[in-house]
Design a protein around this ligand. Structure first.
Ligand code: ADP
Ligand code: MG
Length: 731
C-alpha cells in the first residue's frame, strides 16, 4: 500500500529526534527582545520624540508630522540593528487572523540613488489593497478603499519568519469614510467608553482614580497533530475539522491524557513557540494537557485588554507557523474531532484602576466592599440586560459544535457566582431598606475578601459548566471559541459594562440629589439591580436538560445556532447600545452582521462540498473495492461447491455495504440539491438558516453516520483517510 495515509503512518516511526530548541537563556533574557517597548524607545528616540510617543501611548494624544518622522527613524534604526529589511502595517480584519503587506525600507531617490528610509507618514498611515477584505457592503457604498492607521497603544514588534524579519506596526483598519473594517477599532472605542463610565463610578469611592483599564487573561485551547497525517485529511486542511471519522476504541474515558506527561515531540514544539512568544512580549505562564487526547492549553499573565487581544492573535499565528518546523499541525477549530471535547478560549476579565485596585477583587473595609459590590452587581446586570448581544459576540460555525453540546457551556447565557456571594446578594435584597442602618453596615463589614478566595479554591464551588463565572477576583467568560478573535467578545462585554455603569451613576445621583446619603443611594441601586437581574444567576449543572427547561421558564434565551444568534447584534436594543456608546453606527452593525452571516454560509458550504468530495472519491471507492473482494470470495466459494451457509456472512456484509453505499450516495445527492436551493436565496440570513437547517441539519450527521459505519467494516488497508486512532494517539 502506498496511500498517503500509509505513508504518513510509516513516516511517524522515521521522525528524527524532536527539533532542538535553544532553551539555554532565561526567559527574562529574551522577553520583549523583538518589541519596541518604551524602554527600547527611550534608547532610540530624542527626548521630544519619546515624550510624544509616551503621550500617545498612554493618553491617545495625536503625533504630529515632525515627531512622526523622528519616531519612524528611531524604529527603523532599532529594527535594522536586528537585521530587519521590511515593515508592514499589521491589522486584524473581520475574518481570518491577521493581515499584513510588506514594504521594504529600501527605495530609490529621484536620481536613482538607493537608500533605506522609513518616513513618519508610512508609519502613521498606509493603504493596503483592501478590496479582498470583507466589508459587508460598507465599501460598496463608499469609496472602495480603506486605510490602516497606527495604534501606538500596542507596541511595534519584529516578526521572524525563517531568516526573514519584518517590523510590524499594529494598526486599525478603517474605510475612507471612517467605518471600521477590523476588530480592533471598535474594541479601542469600547475600552474608552468603559474607562469613562468606570472612572465616573469610582469617584464615589476614591477621587484619585483617573483611569480604569479592562484586563484580559485568555486561556487558549488547541489540538496538535502530526502534519503528515493531517495532510492526508483534506477535511482538516480545508475546514479545520474532520467531517468523518469513527471514534477510536479508546477516547478520553480514562482521563489519562489530562494527567499524563506532555509527549516529547509536543514538548519541543511548546518550548519553541513559547520562546518565540516571549521574544514578542507575550507573557505565557501556563502550559498543560487538556481533557482530550492531543489537546493542550496555554495561558499568559493577564494584561490590559488591547495588548492581550493583540498577543492572542499573535500567539495563534506563531503557533501555526512554529508547528510546521516540527512537522506538526495546530488545530484551532472549536471541534476538530467528533465525540471528544472541543476547544474553547476562556476570557478572564476584570477592571483595574490607575491606583492599582482590581475592581472585582472583594474589599477589606466597608468602603472597598461597597466598591466591589458595585462593580460586581453592575456586571451581573450588564450580562442580564444584554445577554443577546453577548451571545451574538461568540457565535460562529465552529462554536455551534461546542455550545450546548454537553461539554462546553450551554448557549444559554447565565452567571455563576458561588454559594457565598449568592448569600451576600440575598441578604442585600432582604435587608437593605430605605434607611442606612446597622443591617446595611453589617453587610458592608462582611469579610467578603477573606471568604471568597477560600471558597473559590474549593473545587465544588468552581462550576465548570457555566458560560460566565466569577472566580474570586475576575469573571471568566468561558463560552468564547478557541479560534475567536478576543476583540469581538471583549468589545461587547466592555460596552455593555460601560452602558450599565453609566445608568447606574444616573440612578445613584438621582437619589443623592433627592437627599439620600451616598452609601444608602449606592446600596439602594445595588439592591434594585440584584432584583432586576437575579434570574441570570445559576449555580447548578449547566449541561443538564433540567437547566434548559428552567431557563425557559425564567425567560432566558437559548439560541443554539449562529444564524439566529447573530440577530443579537442587530436588535433595536443592540443598535441603541452600540450607537450611544459610539462603538458602531447602525451601518457598521448591519455590515458586521452581514459579514458574519456570509462567513457562516461559506464555512458550512465548504464543509458540505468537502463531505461530498470525500464521499465520492475516497469513501465510496474504498467500500466498492472491498465489496468486490468479498464478491470474488463468494464466487470462488460457490465455484468450489460450498453451500450457501458457507458464505452467508460474506453475503450479509456485502448487503450491509450496499445499504451504506446507497445511503451515502443518495444523501449526498440530496445534500447537493439542498445546497443549490440555499444558494438561490439572496437574503443572507435566510440563506444562512437554509445552510444551517437544510444542508447541515438534514444531512451532515446522517451522511457521517454511514461513512463512519463503513470505516468499521472496510478492509483497513483500503481505507484512505487517516483514522482517529492514528491522528490522536500516534506520536
Ligand atoms: P485558573 O482559572 O486555571 O484557576 P487563574 O485563576 O490563575 O487560573 O487565572 C486564569 C487566568 O486568569 C490567567 O490567564 C490569569 O492571567 C487571568 N487573570 C487573573 N487575574 C486576572 C484579572 N484581574 N483580570 C483578567 N485576567 C486575570
Ligand atoms: Mg480557567
Amino acid at each position: 500500500m502506498s496511500s498517503i495515509r500509509y505513508n504518513a503512518v510509516n513516516n511517524l516511526g522515521n521522525h528524527p529526534l524532536p527539533v532542538q530548541v535553544d532553551n539555554a537563556s532565561k526567559i527574562t533574557g529574551i522577553f520583549n527582545e523583538n518589541v519596541f517597548t518604551l524602554i527600547t524607545a527611550r534608547k532610540y528616540l530624542s527626548d521630544d520624540a519619546y515624550k510624544s510617543l509616551l503621550a500617545s501611548t498612554r493618553g491617545g494624544k495625536k503625533i504630529d508630522r515632525v515627531m512622526g518622522n523622528q519616531i519612524a527613524n528611531g524604529l527603523r534604526a532599532w529594527a535594522e540593528s536586528k537585521g530587519v529589511t521590511h515593515f508592514t502595517h499589521w491589522f486584524q480584519p473581520l475574518t481570518g487572523l491577521s493581515a499584513e503587506k510588506h514594504d521594504s525600507f529600501f527605495t530609490l531617490k529621484g536620481d536613482g540613488t538607493p537608500i533605506e528610509e522609513f518616513e513618519g507618514a508610512a508609519l502613521i498611515q498606509q493603504e493596503p489593497d483592501a478590496s479582498s477584505f470583507p466589508n459587508g457592503g460598507l465599501r460598496a457604498t463608499f469609496e472602495a478603499r480603506g486605510y490602516t492607521a497606527w495604534d501606538p497603544s500596542s507596541p511595534a514588534f519584529i516578526m521572524e519568519i525563517g531568516d526573514g524579519k519584518t517590523l510590524c506596526i499594529p494598526t486599525i483598519f478603517v474605510s475612507y469614510t471612517g467605518e471600521s473594517l477590523d476588530t480592533k477599532t471598535p474594541l479601542l472605542k469600547a475600552l474608552v467608553a468603559l474607562d469613562k463610565a468606570a472612572v465616573d463610578v469610582c469617584q464615589y469611592f476614591d477621587k484619585n482614580i483617573s483611569k480604569v483599564s479592562a484586563t484580559l487573561g485568555w486561556e487558549q485551547e488547541y489540538f496538535v497533530v502530526d502534519a503528515g497525517l493531517a495532510n492526508a485529511r483534506p477535511d482538516l486542511l480545508l475546514t479545520g475539522r474532520t467531517v468523518f471519522g469513527h471514534a477510536p476504541a479508546k477516547g478520553q474515558q480514562l482521563d489519562d491524557h489530562y494527567f499524563g506527561a506532555i509527549p516529547e515531540r509536543i514538548y519541543a514544539f511548546m518550548l519553541d513557540f513559547e520562546r518565540e512568544s516571549y521574544k514578542l512580549g507575550i507573557p505565557i505562564r501556563t502550559r498543560h494537557n487538556e481533557v482530550a487526547p492531543c489537546q493542550f492549553e496555554c495561558a499568559p499573565i493577564f494584561e490590559e485588554t488591547n495588548l492581550a487581544v493583540d498577543h492572542n492573535t499573535l500567539l495563534m499565528d506563531v503557533m501555526l507557523r512554529v508547528a510546521k518546523r516540527h512537522n506538526l499541525m495546530v488545530l484551532l477549530h472549536e471541534k476538530p474531532f467528533a465525540g471528544i471535547n472541543g476547544s474553547g478560549k476562556h476570557n478572564n476579565w476584570s477592571m483595574s484602576t490607575d491606583t492599582g485596585v482590581n475592581l472585582l477583587a472583594p474589599g477589606k473595609t466597608p468602603k472597598t466592599n461597597l466598591m466591589f459590590l458595585t462593580f460586581f452587581v453592575n456586571t451581573i446586570k450588564a450580562v442580564h440586560d444584554y445577554a443577546g448581544v453577548i451571545r451574538a459576540s461568540i457565535a460562529s460555525a465552529g462554536n455551534d459544535h461546542r455550545l450546548g453540546a454537553n461539554e462546553a457551556p450551554p448557549a444559554i447565557i447565565s452567571i455563576f457566582i458561588g454559594k457565598y456571594l449568592t448569600d451576600v446578594l440575598n441578604q442585600i435584597e432582604k435587608r437593605v431598606s430605605g434607611n442606612f442602618d446597622e443591617q446595611d453596615e453589617a453587610i458592608l463589614k462582611l469579610d467578603i475578601h477573606k471568604s471568597i478566595p477560600e471558597l473559590m479554591l474549593d473545587n465544588t464551588d468552581r462550576n465548570r459548566t457555566s458560560p460566565f463565572a466569577f472566580t474570586g477576583n475576575k469573571f471568566e467568560f468561558r463560552a468564547v471559541g478557541s479560534s475567536a478573535n478576543c476583540a469581538v467578545p471583549m468589545t461587547t462585554l466592555n460596552t455593555v459594562m460601560a452602558e450599565t455603569l453609566k445608568n447606574f451613576k444616573i440612578e445613584v445621583d438621582t437619589l443623592i440629589e433627592k437627599g439620600e446619603k451616598k452609601e444608602v443611594a449606592l446600596l439602594q441601586i445595588i439592591r434594585k439591580y440584584i432584583v432586576e437581574s437575579k434570574k441570570v444567576l445559576f449555580e447548578g449543572d449547566g449541561y443538564s436538560e433540567e437547566w434548559a427547561a428552567e431557563a425557559e421558564l425564567r425567560g432566558l434565551e437559548n439560541v443554539k445556532t449562529t444564524p439566529l444568534a447573530l440577530d443579537g447584534y442587530v436588535s433595536d436594543k443592540a443598535k441603541k447600545l452600540f450607537e450611544t456608546n459610539n462603538i458602531y453606527t447602525h451601518g457598521e452593525l448591519e455590515a458586521r452582521h452581514e459579514i458574519m452571516l456570509e462567513e457562516y454560509i461559506k464555512k458550512v458550504q465548504i464543509e458540505a462540498r468537502v463531505m461530498g468530495d470525500l464521499a465520492s472519491t475516497l469513501i465510496l471507492p474504498a467500500a466498492v473495492k472491498y465489496q468486490n473482494i468479498l464478491l470474488q470470495n463468494i464466487n470462488g466459494l460457490k465455484e468450489a461447491g460450498i453451500s450457501k451457509e458457507g458464505y452467508a456472512n460474506q453475503l450479509q456484509i456485502v448487503q450491509k455495504l450496499s445499504e451504506h453505499i446507497n445511503s451515502i450516495s443518495d444523501k449526498t445527492e440530496l445534500m447537493i440539491d439542498a445546497r443549490k436551493k440555499a444558494n438561490e436565496l439572496s437574503n443572507s440570513k435566510l440563506k444562512a438558516i437554509a445552510y444551517c437547517d437544510d444542508v447541515k441539519g438534514n444531512y451532515f450527521d446522517d451522511i457521517r453516520y454511514h461513512v463512519d459505519k463503513l470505516e468499521l467494516m472496510v478492509d483497513d488497508s483500503l481505507w484512505l483517510l487517516p483514522k482517529y486512532r492514528e491522528i490522536l494517539f500516534l506520536r
